[in-house]
Design a protein around this ligand. Structure first.
Ligand code: CMP
Length: 139
């Protein structure tokens, strides 16, 4: 059975370009309920730990440098079948391949600076949520 939470981050470039409010608004309009949210910044070591599943990939070094380059917004979102629903909603990983009107198409500028992160499985949604939020920060 699929779970009802997913984890997202608004990435540094989308924040510095001033898209934070627009992205949060679009997420809410998509029927995702905000269960937890914080404005924070990852250290390089934290970014490496967060993206540890990608550590053998060629983009790991660049991705973790980028993700620790400025503040991010982290959030847990709730919806039925949340992981897949959110992945469909934000658009393809590469903004150039994302559908018109999706968050990544509108606000992403490259495969790395693709505006938002979205969990790729229920298991990772739980791990990633736990990385940022204690139980008492979830409502
Ligand atoms: P995200 O959802 O944050 O999860 C892993 C990230 O790796 C992904 O979004 C992309 O921003 C980034 N990335 C960089 N290069 C690639 C690539 N070639 N394939 C997939 N993901 C990539």
């Amino acid at each position: 059975m699929s779970g009802n939470i997913t984890f997202t981050m608004i990435k540094p470039t989308a924040i510095s370009k001033g898209y934070t409010g627009k992205i949060i608004d679009q997420v809410i309009r998509g029927g995702f309920r905000i269960k937890a949210m914080k404005y924070t910044r990852l250290s390089k070591k934290e970014a490496q730990r967060f993206y540890a599943v990608h550590k053998e990939r060629p983009f790991y070094e660049s991705l973790t440098t980028f993700m620790s380059s400025g503040p991010i917004v982290a959030a847990i979102l709730e919806k039925q079948n949340a992981v897949q629903a959110y992945r469909d909603y934000i658009g393809a990983t590469n903004p150039e391949e994302a559908e018109e009107g999706t968050i990544r198409k509108l606000y992403g500028t490259s495969i790395e600076a693709n505006a938002v992160h979205g969990s790729d499985s229920d298991e990772n949604a739980l791990v990633e949520s736990g990385f940022f939020f204690s139980e008492r920060e979830r409502y």
